[in-house]
Design a protein around this ligand. Structure first.
Ligand code: AQP
Length: 328
């Protein structure tokens, strides 16, 4: 039976190779055998303040990037979250079944709020909106990076809780889909932290739209260690291990094959070849992006996607409201 796949990316600029390897690359692969729904999650983006003009542009940037990496709107539903009202509506209902204790334990909230009492409520409630995004489409599979594991678990817990109260077929219980390699790409300037869009240092990441010179510079300056051996050991050698992960993801070689290939060579030579492998892979994406971003078809794709998504969302909301006892 065909499975329903759902996932999303925030329109916050600087989409990087962590987002690509952890999420986007899986999105394109899953299209062949599943019914896929891919969202640009703009409601999530406002959990931290954004410039309205910039946000609008970033929404279209991510939509164009989706297609540039190979998401095909003829096969998959591509749309913007705030164009489908069911996301916010279901999030409110789920909020009434989630516990403040379980949300307080979310590491992403703890990292981003750092105990600040004026952290926005949206930052705290973000995982519930994510649960609504997923459950609204009766999703079976959710391809995401490792950093989202905890939020997927929470989604499952809330869905099971609601099902226990109102009937097993209220929500489909989704499963996270994580890659073995590339599920957590680390920052180039600090391989103990995950690569992130919002990190201050632009050389901490490789953005999909960076030019070749910037990519080379970021890789050549990446933090490694002083023992000079190219070996996969995330605990002892986080920098080199991260570079090997990136190399293997872009070259198609396994980590062991990559390790064997560079055994006995210096870090400089390895980094140079890594930069080549990465720029070779990203150049066609950048070219496709430029063309799609200029095209008038982009807005039509998003409008059509929102209509298709809304049809599914309205069906789910009717079911959920009926079970809970809401409405006339
Ligand atoms: N470093 C990463 N390695 C692998 N996967 C990653 N993802 C994010 N960072 C890495 C995955 O990318 C998808 C989209 O992420 P998002 O846009 O929803 O936001 P995020 O997880 O908050 O991404 P960032 O880059 O870390 O942004 P900031 O700095 O704003 O917090 C998700 O599937 C995510 O797992």
């Amino acid at each position: 039976m065909t499975k329903r796949v759902f996932s999303g990316v925030q329109p916050t600029g600087n989409i990087h190779i962590g987002n690509y390897l952890g999420a986007l690359q899986q999105f394109t692969r899953l299209q062949d055998e599943n019914e896929c729904v891919y969202c640009i999650v703009d409601l999530h983006a406002i959990t931290l303040p954004k410039d309205p003009k910039e946000l609008k542009e970033n929404i279209l940037d991510v939509a164009a990037l989706y297609m540039a990496v190979g998401i095909d709107p003829a096969r998959s539903v591509v749309f913007v979250q705030s164009d489908v009202p069911g996301h916010a509506e279901l999030a409110w209902a789920l909020m009434c079944y989630a516990y403040t204790g379980e949300l307080s334990r979310m590491t992403q909230f703890k990292d981003k709020s750092r105990g600040n009492e004026s952290a926005p409520m949206g930052l705290f409630a973000y995982p519930i909106l994510m649960a609504a995004d997923i459950l609204l489409y009766d999703s079976d599979i959710v391809p995401v990076g490792n950093d989202q594991k905890q939020h997927i678990e929470l989604t499952r817990d809330i869905a099971i809780r609601v099902n226990n109260k109102y009937g097993d077929d209220t929500f489909v219980i989704p499963e996270g889909r994580f890659l073995k390699e590339g599920a957590r790409v680390m920052a180039l300037d600090d391989p103990t932290a995950k690569m992130s869009k919002s990190a201050e240092n632009p050389l901490s990441r490789i953005s999909l739209l960076d030019d070749d010179a910037t990519i080379r510079k970021a890789i050549m300056r990446s933090v490694t260690d002083s023992d000079g051996e190219i070996r996969f050991d995330p605990e002892g050698k986080p920098g080199i291990s991260n570079l090997l992960t990136i190399y293997s993801a872009f070259s198609g070689l396994s980590q062991a094959e990559a390790e064997a290939r560079y055994k006995g060579q210096g870090y400089g030579a390895f980094k140079k070849e890594l930069a080549e492998v990465v720029t070779d892979a990203l150049t066609p994406i950048r070219r496709a992006y430029t063309e799609i971003r200029r095209s008038e078809a982009l807005l039509r794709v998003l409008k059509d996607g929102a209509e298709r998504a809304n049809a599914v969302a309205e069906r789910t909301m009717r079911r959920v409201k009926e079970r809970i006892g809401l409405g006339t």
